[in-house]
Design a protein around this ligand. Structure first.
Ligand code: GDP
Length: 317
């Protein structure tokens, strides 16, 4: 895969907002995203890839505008009927969404690779960016809590992130390989920036970093690696990042995020509301308003990423 200029590492919603910005400001085929699959699970006999699907729906312009998951203009006939029959309804599956899971499962059962399937789906949604699952091998995020170890979806959806997190492990990550297209993206001669998107570092980015090949590729990257803060002040914009940090005994601050990625990143994008922290980081800092409520906000953060990377690359010469 040549021509990739920006490679993003991403989870679900927070990451997808930055990806949409990058996709809007860059030539369409110059963006690649390696996306977390540690949340993937089997449900009702179907293989579900929540973060991949959020990315597909967001870049394809199909995402639900407020909900944070699923598709816009969705219908719910399947779910209604399942409920009447007394079936399992804790994980909401709209009719259109369901079709995607059925088709992915059918293709996996035929022996197709997840990365190849996602490529077909992206093309059918008219997406020209590369969306790449972090591995075609199975990696499962397991959450150690004060109520014992839970599978990711049991923790996240069924238990609404209520149990206190004591630790995380990523089953299978040590042996997992990157898909070929991810290796090619890292090797792109045009690569200007690798960006760790504002996703949950513990739940959405650490599963990627647990894959030794990905960590090695980051260490040997020839372009700047930049992270965008998912924490503003002492809060997450959404989701359980701040709650998990507190439970793990980590101060909820952008400083802790930069420290978490220490040794991997060459620069950090701090939110403008936290500018008084600027002198306390060990890496170069760029400051911008990182809150992405609209597509234009995503463009602003995307521009900041690309400009900052170019600036860091010049300084390294
Ligand atoms: P999830 O799958 O929904 O958890 O999505 P991610 O893991 O991609 O994103 C969750 C993280 O993204 C949280 O820590 C949020 O604080 C962060 N986030 C979400 N939206 C934004 C935003 O607009 N700006 C910034 N800076 N962070 C965001």
């Amino acid at each position: 895969m040549s021509g990739v200029r920006v490679l993003a590492l991403s989870g679900g919603v927070g990451g997808a907002k930055l990806l949409r910005g990058l996709y809007r400001i860059l030539p369409a085929d110059s963006l690649a995203a390696i996306v977390n699959t540690g949340d993937d699970f089997e449900h009702l006999g179907l293989h579900i890839s929540p973060d991949i699907d959020t990315t597909l729906y967001t870049l394809g312009g199909l995402a639900h505008p407020e909900q944070g998951w699923g598709r816009r203009d969705e219908t719910w006939s399947f779910m209604r009927t399942l409920k009447e029959l007394g079936g399992e309804t804790w994980f909401a599956l709209g009719d259109g969404d369901l079709a995607l899971h059925v088709e992915r499962t059918r293709r996996l059962e035929l022996g197709q690779k997840l990365s190849a399937i996602v490529e077909v789906f992206a093309r059918s949604f008219g997406i020209r960016a590369q969306i790449v699952p972090m591995s075609d091998d199975r990696v499962a995020t397991r959450v150690a809590t004060d109520e014992g170890e839970l599978s990711f979806q049991d923790y996240f959806v069924r238990r609404h992130c209520e149990p206190a997190v004591r630790g995380l492990r990523f089953e299978g990550a040590g042996e997992a390989r990157l898909p070929k297209c991810a290796r090619e993206a890292f090797a792109s001669p045009d690569l200007e920036a690798i960006v760790i998107a504002p996703s949950n570092p513990w739940l959405s980015i650490d599963p990627l970093l647990a894959i030794p090949e990905l960590r090695d590729a980051l260490h040997s990257a020839k372009c700047p690696v930049i992270a965008v803060t998912p924490i503003i002040g002492d809060r997450a914009v959404k989701g359980p990042t701040a709650k998990i940090m507190a439970e793990l005994g980590i101060t909820t601050s952008a400083l802790s995020i930069a420290e978490h990625y220490s040794g991997l990143i060459d620069g950090f994008i701090l939110d403008a509301r936290d500018r008084e922290l600027v002198d306390r980081f060990d890496v170069p800092i760029e400051i911008t308003d990182t809150l992405m409520n609209t597509p234009e906000d995503g463009d602003r953060v995307a521009h900041a990423v690309v400009d900052f990377a170019n600036q860091l690359a010049k300084a390294q010469l």
